[in-house]
Design a protein around this ligand. Structure first.
Ligand code: COS
Length: 381
């Protein structure tokens, strides 16, 4: 494995780092407190090319590789994981779906504005009764001549309250189970789509999440993505890639908590010396750095496999489960290193801890990642 970064990879990492420090650091705690969706900074991310990193320039994107995407995600999430969620949904779940499965016309109409940041995308797969069991969908799209009529309810839609376009996966033939599902591109400005209340959440609080209710929402057949019946495969293909982005998010959160712990240990005094002098603290710092390094190698490895065009589902799941659990462990220990002040909202440490938790849940729980890995290892995929 060669992780020597190219000049382009270093440039995008530096660009994301500088942007995050300049634009996101001053607002990260405040938007976490208020839960306000950061429309202005998301637009700026779009203008910088951060909303369509892997989309070819011909379709409005930055035309960069998966490692560039991971490096940028890491830097953004180090400062504001909520921005990272909005970025990852647009990049991995929506733009990638259109890039892989969209027709030329669909790419021109929908991918170009999403990749350029003029429009914001969301992904709707989960329903109140189906999260991990994603194939068990009750929302239906019924064909009516040249149109589909959609009815049902999608839940936990990140960026749902503000999205212009939604990549929706729902049932077109419920008797066929997951094989009877299809994907659609939903224009949220049309009638029949109602956005539910914004979910109050533990972490990534500035990334708005809501239910989407479809009541006789009608769309033309031309807005179906891929063939009828391909919906579940499209969703799982997209999620394989999305999991690399969430792993990078977890890595960014863990790195932020680690760096804060090192800085605090060097300046905090107890029993007449800096706490960095105590083995109890040193060993935590050593374990934090070791686990983060291992997570980073897994995340970069998955990204390089994807960039090379190799199969990467197993590696993406390994990266996600390991990075997510690393983020939870490191942020828990970071609070411990800081003691009382780590538990206080005076510092961002407790935010890192709250933000880390979602990485063990969305885009496939840690249990689902282990199932996916085991299926690969046992030749069941
Ligand atoms: N990429 C493409 N196709 C895939 C796939 C993947 N990673 N994994 C499975 N498929 C295909 C299978 O090949 C199968 O098609 P064929 O019968 O034509 O071969 C079809 O999808 C159904 O596969 P399977 O029977 O394995 O599906 P299951 O219902 O058993 O589900 C898991 C498999 C659990 C892995 C899947 O449901 C999953 O990943 N769930 C988590 C969903 C998730 O991440 N939710 C979060 C939503 S976003 S916040």
């Amino acid at each position: 494995m060669d992780f020597e970064l190219t000049e382009t990879q270093q440039q995008i990492r530096d660009l994301a780092r500088e942007f995050a420090l300049r634009e996101l650091a001053p607002i990260a705690s405040q938007i976490d407190e208020t839960g306000e969706f950061p429309i202005e900074t998301v637009k700026k991310m779009g203008a910088l090319g951060l909303m369509g990193i892997e989309v070819p320039e011909a379709y409005g994107g930055a035309g960069l590789d998966t490692l560039c995407y991971v490096l940028a995600m890491e830097e953004i999430c180090k400062v504001s994981a909520a921005h990272g969620t909005i970025m990852s949904v647009n990049n991995s779940l929506v733009c990638l779906g259109l890039k892989l499965f969209g027709s030329e016309t669909q790419k021109r109409e929908f991918l170009v504005p999403l990749a350029g940041g003029q429009k914001l995308g969301a992904f709707a797969l989960t329903e109140p009764q189906s999260g991990s069991d994603a194939g068990n969908m009750q929302t239906t799209a019924v064909r009516d001549n040249g149109d589909y009529r959609i009815n049902g309810r999608k839940s936990w839609v990140s960026s749902g309250p503000y999205a212009d376009l939604v990549l929706l996966v729902c049932a077109t033939d419920r008797s066929q189970g997951s094989k009877g599902t299809s994907a659609f591109i939903i224009d949220t400005s049309r009638p029949g789509l109602i956005r539910g209340k914004i979910e109050p959440k533990l972490g990534i609080r500035a990334s708005a999440t809501c239910e989407l209710l479809f009541e006789n929402y009608t769309l033309p057949v031309g807005q179906r993505l891929g063939e009828e019946g391909m919906g579940f495969k499209i969703a799982l293909t997209i999620l394989d890639a999305g999991r690399i982005g969430i792993a990078a998010q977890a890595l960014g959160i863990a790195q932020a908590a680690y760096e804060a712990s090192v800085a605090y240990a060097r300046q905090r005094e107890a029993f007449g010396s800096k706490i960095a002098e105590f083995q109890a603290i040193q060993w935590i710092i050593a374990d934090m750095a070791t686990r983060i390094e291992a997570a980073r190698l897994l995340v970069y490895n998955a990204a390089l496999k994807k960039a090379r065009g190799d199969r990467y589902g197993q590696e993406a799941s390994m990266a996600k489960v390991f990075a997510a659990e690393t983020a939870m462990w490191v942020t828990t220990k970071a609070i411990q290193v800081h003691g009382g002040i780590g538990y206080s909202k005076e510092l961002p440490i407790e935010r890192y801890f709250r933000d880390a938790k979602i990485t063990e849940i969305y885009e496939g729980t840690s249990e689902i990642q282990r199932t996916v890995i085991a299926r690969h290892l046992l030749g069941q995929r």
